[in-house]
Design a protein around this ligand. Sequence first.
Ligand SMILES: NC(=O)c1ccc[n+]([C@@H]2O[C@H](COP(=O)([O-])OP(=O)(O)OC[C@H]3O[C@@H](n4cnc5c(N)ncnc54)[C@H](OP(=O)(O)O)[C@@H]3O)[C@@H](O)[C@H]2O)c1
Length: 336
Amino acid sequence: MSLEYITLNNNNKLPNIGLGLWKLDPKTNVDTIYNAIKVGYRLFDGAVDYDNNVQLGIAVKKAIEDKLVKREELFIVSKLWNNHHAPKNVKPAVDRMLKDLQLDYIDLLYIHFPIPFAEVDVNDDEHYPPGFFTPNQLEEGQKGQIQLENVPLYKTWEALEALYDPKNGVIRNLGLSNCQGVLIQDLLFGCKIKPQMLQIELHPYLPQWKLVEWCHLKDIHVTAYSSFGSQSFIELKSAKADNCINLLEHDKIKAIANKYEGATNSDVLLQWALQRGLFIIPKSNNIERVKTNLEFSKKFKDGLSKEDLDVIASLENGTRFNDPWEWNNMKFPTFI
Ligand SMILES: NC(=O)c1ccc[n+]([C@@H]2O[C@H](COP(=O)([O-])OP(=O)(O)OC[C@H]3O[C@@H](n4cnc5c(N)ncnc54)[C@H](OP(=O)(O)O)[C@@H]3O)[C@@H](O)[C@H]2O)c1
C-alpha cells in the first residue's frame, strides 16, 4: 500500500492518500465509501458542495458499527461553502455539516474558495447546499449572476479558529483551498492558527511548482486535486477538457508507464504527485480503480526516474480546468 501518515504543523497526522468525493455517483456513494474503508482508505475528501455529507455519514457509521474501523482511525474532510463565509454563519454551517455527517468533529475543514457569495441560510433545506443559488435580491436583468457579499477572508478564518483545537475541537485541522500565495501570506500576517493544508488543482499541465515550494517552506502541506487533469471535467462538458490531450491517454505518460511492470497512466500521475510530497485524493466510482489508486506505489520500487520526471515536467502548459473566472462569466480574480 502507498499510504503513509504525515505529520502536520500542529503535530496531528493525516494519511497522504484519500478518496475524493466530488461527483461520486449518488446511487452508489454509500457502498463506494464503505468499500473504500474495507480496502484501506482512511481519509475522505468531502464538501458541502458535493451534496453527499449525509451519505458519507451513513457509510462511516456502518463501517464503525461493523467494526471495520474506529472513528479515530478515520479522517473526515469537509469544506465551508461560499454562501457561508460571514462570521455569524460559520458555526451554523459547521453544525449543519456535523449533523449531516452524524459526527461530533471534523478532521480537516477547508474554506472551499476564497469567494464570499451572498448568504443563504444553512437551514433553508430548499437551497442546501446552495451551489450557485443567488438569493432573490438582484435587479431584473442581473438574475442568473453570482452575487457576492463583503467578507474578507481573514474574518471567515477567525470564525473557524474559534472552533479549532488540534485534539478536542469540533475542527481538528484547518485548510484553505483554491488560494494563491499572496492571499495565504496576507492571512499568515494576522492569523492565530496557520493553515495545516492547502488544497489546489495540480497535475502535469498545472504543476504549481512555486506555490508548492513556498507552502512547504512555510510548513503548510499541499493536497493535489484533479490529479488526472481533464478527466474529471469531461463529464462537465468543459471545452478546455475537450481541447487537450487526456493525460490518462497521453503517449508520453504511456511511454513512462511502459517502463514499470503493470503500471498505467493513472499510476504514473499519482506516483508523480506522491513523489513531490503531496497528498492526493483521486475519486472513482469503480471499486477496482479505487483499489488501484491506493496501491500504485508498489509498481515504482525506486520511484520515477529523473528522466521520467523531466518528461512529465515538459508537459506543463498552464491549463487550469477549475477557474471561478469562468463561472457564470463572474470574472472573479481568484488566479490572476
Ligand atoms: N477543492 C476543490 O475546489 C476541488 C475541486 C475539484 C476536486 N476536488 C477534490 O479532489 C478529488 C479528485 O479530483 P477530481 O474528482 O476532480 O478528479 P480525479 O480524481 O483527477 O479524476 C476522477 C476521474 O478519473 C476517473 N478515474 C479515477 N481513477 C481512475 C483510474 N485508476 N484509471 C482511469 N480513470 C480513473 C474517474 O472515473 P470513475 O469514477 O469512473 O473511475 C473520474 O472520471 C475530488 O473528488 C474532490 O474530492 C476538490
